[in-house]
Design a protein around this ligand. Structure first.
Ligand code: F6R
Length: 620
């Protein structure tokens, strides 16, 4: 993970870097650092903790200190891999001669072997990081061969196994920054006399809309007042830069009236689901348009089975996709954790269809699973939120979820956008394969178009109910979440939301599976959140509720409006509008997102940046 930033131009670098790092904190926030360059020297500031801590440290040390002034600089916000979060392991890292200064996002897998060679050649190390090894390897190669920095970077990177996006500066030549990428993301903002470097374009969107996304295996030599020099790392081949025009609405990345991004993103869901449906659910002639499927119709019609791959919430969306595709389109589906799929030599070949799901489009394990599937010549279809992300660029075809930038680490609106896409996909394939009645198709089609209104209603009503429940339960140490059928993955997702932002242990289970173990945990100290909507095995769920009550467990039930039976048995109820079972996850998840948010809020947690987590998991 980690966020990297850099500036080279005519403006003061410091404000651009420090504000940019704040926008990149979703990528990691355990330590941060900045280096600003001036003629033949540099100022370096690093500290454990968030970017605010770095800013405080810099203003306490260098108030009135002219050395923070400079028009070249690099910065980094870290999510620790090698070495604990502390000042020494924070980036930027400096080479032994104190000449080269570097920031890095990624992992150098063969760093240990390289470190041994460098130690044998007299190098010493202050930190435990792989980055300090790489910057010293570059120095070693440069000095031994008496070559330019760009050549030394290129030769060194050809020796590296792993993933990186880097920016490196020679303190004697602050008019040049060299950047390179393999595996980790790197965007370059370009104006006539300046370059902006960042892990994503948001930090520089205020300054320029012209962006270049470096591809894997590319490096660029950025020089003040010179044109961009883009090359292949492998053979130094010169490349033609392809500049994109960015289309990001700044309002989407501001909190507005909300205290936390997570709450804003929960409340945005009526709009984001409408955005996902726009241009796809064509109400006027009742058709579903998905170009990526229409252009590859035969592959989808003939698929003998589909494998869905993802991590975390995207994996949960995949489980809902399994239910939908099997129920509606009658295609067998397997759902795999990307991290498991890629390491067990999966049996796939060129007739197979793989769907990868990722909000960020940068998750290292999902990207690696995708590459493996492509190597085996399978057809890979992507469901991504971030336009132009590594996964979006690597798939054979795909669909964007259009949920807009999701800043809070916990996924909310991107999850419901993924489910919306999977519903569209299942309906489309069901139509192609004639596996459902026209009547049912028309009914679900109509109902799907109405989901944003239903969520709007639900958000208005549920706020106070959920607040009151949260006040009762925020001190409990464990929660059980139960659901059946299509709402079992919602139980998993609800439990994940609670644990990641409030640090309360919570587990999701299929309701009937409770008898096979978890029921041993149930007593008066165990709140059980149970999804008990009318259309999903209602009678069976009532049986499960009886079992919990008999053991004095506290029941918080998600029920439909007008429900009587479960409402009489449960300790607390949260009501959602009536909806078909296939579409119900789009509603049942909303109160669970709110419950996790409210509990974390009462507990005073940093909701948008929970400890140990990062938004984009670009390490394996
Ligand atoms: C949970 C969460 C994570 C992500 C997971 C995959 O709230 O956000 O579990 O879902 O890291 O990320 P993407 O979807 O970007 O591949």
């Amino acid at each position: 993970m980690c966020g990297i930033i850099g500036y080279l131009g005519y403006r003061e670098a410091y404000p651009i870097l420090i504000n940019g790092l704040k926008k990149l904190e979703y990528r990691g926030y355990d330590s941060s650092g900045i280096a600003i360059f001036y003629k033949n020297g540099y100022s370096l500031y690093k500290t454990k903790g968030k970017v605010d801590e770095l800013e405080k440290k810099i203003s306490s040390i260098s108030f009135h200190n002219r050395k923070i002034i400079g028009t070249t600089g690099i910065g980094h916000t870290r999510w620790a891999t090698h070495g604990v979060p502390n000042d020494l392991n924070a980036h930027p890292h400096v080479s032994n001669s104190n000449e080269l200064i570097m920031i890095h996002n990624g992992i150098i897998e063969n760093y240990h072997a390289i470190k041994i060679i460098l130690l044998e050649n007299g190098f010493t190390f202050k930190s435990k990081t792989d980055t300090e090894v790489l910057v010293n390897l570059i120095e070693y190669v440069k000095k031994e061969n008496k070559i330019s920095l760009e050549e030394a970077v290129r030769i060194s990177l050809n020796e590296i196994i792993g993933a990186y996006s880097i920016a490196i500066v020679d303190k004697s030549h602050p008019e040049t920054i060299i950047i390179a990428k393999l595996g980790s993301p790197l965007a370059l903002g370009i104006n006539e006399k300046e370059f902006f470097i960042a892990s994503d374009p948001i930090p520089f969107i205020n300054y320029t809309k012209n962006a270049l996304y470096l591809k894997d295996g590319e490096m660029a030599i950025l020089k003040k007042n010179k044109e961009l020099d883009l090359r292949k790392i492998r053979d130094n081949h010169k490349l033609n830069p392809i500049i994109n025009k960015l289309k990001i609405n700044l309002k989407e990345i501001e909190k507005g009236k909300y205290r936390y991004f997570m709450l804003k993103e929960i409340y945005e869901q009526p709009k984001t689901i409408s955005d996902t449906l726009r241009g796809r659910l064509i109400i006027s002639n009742k058709i579903i348009c998905i170009d990526g499927i229409e252009l590859n119709k035969e592959i989808f019609i003939n698929a003998k089975c589909i494998t869905i791959v993802g991590c975390g919430s995207s994996w949960h969306a995949g489980l809902i996709g399994e239910y939908l595709l099997e129920q509606l389109a009658r295609i067998p589906v397997e759902v795999e954790y990307a991290s498991e799929f890629r390491y067990r030599n999966p049996i796939i070949d060129k007739n197979d269809l793989i769907i990868v799901i990722s909000q960020s489009g940068e998750t290292a394990d999902t990207l690696a699973a995708l590459k493996l599937a492509k190597k085996k010549e399978a057809f890979v279809f992507g469901i991504c939120n971030i336009v132009g992300s590594s996964i979006a660029r690597s798939v054979d075809a795909g669909i964007y979820t259009h949920a807009g930038p999701e800043i809070s680490v916990a996924s909310t609106k991107s999850f419901t956008a993924q489910i919306t896409v999977l519903i569209l996909l299942a309906l489309k394939l069901a139509k192609y394969r004639s596996t459902m009645s026209e009547e049912r198709y028309q009914f679900l089609f109509q109902e799907l178009g109405n989901v944003p209104n239903k969520i709007n209603d639900l958000l208005k009503i549920d706020k106070h109910v959920v607040k009151n429940i949260s006040k009762v339960f925020y001190k409990f140490n464990n929660f059980l979440y139960l659901g059946r059928g299509i709402n079992f993955p919602i139980a998993l997702e609800g439990a994940l939301k609670l644990k990641e932002i409030s640090y309360i242990h919570s587990e999701g289970y299929p309701a009937a599976e409770m008898k096979h173990g978890p029921i041993a945990l149930v007593d008066k100290n165990m709140p059980v959140v149970i999804i008990a909507t009318k259309r999903g095995y209602y009678e069976k769920i009532i049986g499960n509720i009886q079992e919990i009550k008999a053991r004095k467990g506290k029941i918080i039930a998600i029920v439909n409006e007008g429900d009587v039976q479960v409402s009489m048995m449960a300790d607390y109820v949260i009501k959602i509008p009536e909806i078909s079972e296939e579409l119900s996850p789009l509603l049942t998840i909303i109160p669970l997102q709110l419950l996790a948010y409210q509990i974390a809020y009462i507990k005073g947690k940093n909701i948008d940046q929970p400890r140990n987590l990062a938004k984009s998991v670009t390490v394996e």
